[in-house]
Design a protein around this ligand. Sequence first.
Ligand code: BGC
Length: 371
Amino acid sequence: MKTAIGLVALTAAFSFGAPIPKIQQLPFGEADGKPVSLYLLKNAAGMEVTITNYGGTVTSIKVPDRNKTFGNVVLGFDNVAPYQATTSYFGALIGRYGNRIGKGQFQLDGKVYQIATNENGNTLHGGTTGFNKRIWDAKDVSTPKAPALELHYLSPDGEMGFPGNLDVTVRYTLNAKNGLEIEYNATTDKATVLNLTNHTYFNLAGAGSETVLKQRLTIRADHYTPIDNGLIPTGVVQSVEGTPFDFRRGNVIGSRINEDNDQLKLGKGYDHNFVLNEPGNLKEWAVKVEDPGSGRVLEVYTDQPGVQFYTGNFLDGSAQGVGGAFKYRSAICLETQHYPDSPNHPNFPSVVLRPGETYHSVTIYRFSTEE
Ligand code: BGC
């Protein structure tokens, strides 16, 4: 891994034309007896993103506010140990299956599969040891246009109970428009189910700030998928019209979160999959967050059919990270993905991947400011 980075650095130093941006590689501690690294990506505008190959985790994103003061807007830690200990998936890549699979069971081609369960008899984010706890191979794949880091993980046949050797590559690119692009590719040698995402917690006011409840959210979704008391979708695709789940015209996140609404009670706040109106459209944002205090804006572009909007309802201040304690509802996750528990709902878009096919998906988190 070190050699690959060194080689790229050498190429940059001796290549003619536009210089290839260099990714800095820094030590980040040791996990499973192996050293892990932190990779620093920086663009010409000064935006900085750090990613560790432990869990493919985004540990910080530094972007300017309306006064051009840079600040870190994601919850994270400055070494690997807290990432090994946490069960909150801070910044991590999620696999093989983002969000929940009811009872950890599904049927595929007539066979019943039992996956490792890790939450009240259900499977959350891939089981007891998900992709967030794996060490990924890392390679600097920067181009003259943009710094980029490629991560690779081979998930063996039967890992956590999922069928097929799954070969996964995730590429993080920091583009010139202050967008962090995440591109996922995967292939399998047996039919399997797959739902990859990233679990970054955002607070545009700065990591460690009290709350996200005053920030404004727009989601281009006419429908969402209601949940049962295990936070598993019931299978119903429900209109958001007239409910606290209607974010189509933009709403302050906290304005309805404590309403007397069964779905909000089951989720302990927002913890629901929204059905995006234009899946596959990477030209228009699907979700937008605006922080009136800092003037920072986040737009999310994705080709995925859904986004899990989670208001950090299980954060309790016990995790001390960069910027302070990560308190109740002090950040939001916008996990672009297929719907939770899709393998058990034939009416949801399919998550089946077969040999010979390539899973491909792109999400962009783009930052800007408003006056
Ligand atoms: C889930 C939450 C869960 C969180 C883990 C989200 O994707 O929907 O219910 O607690 O991840 O931190």
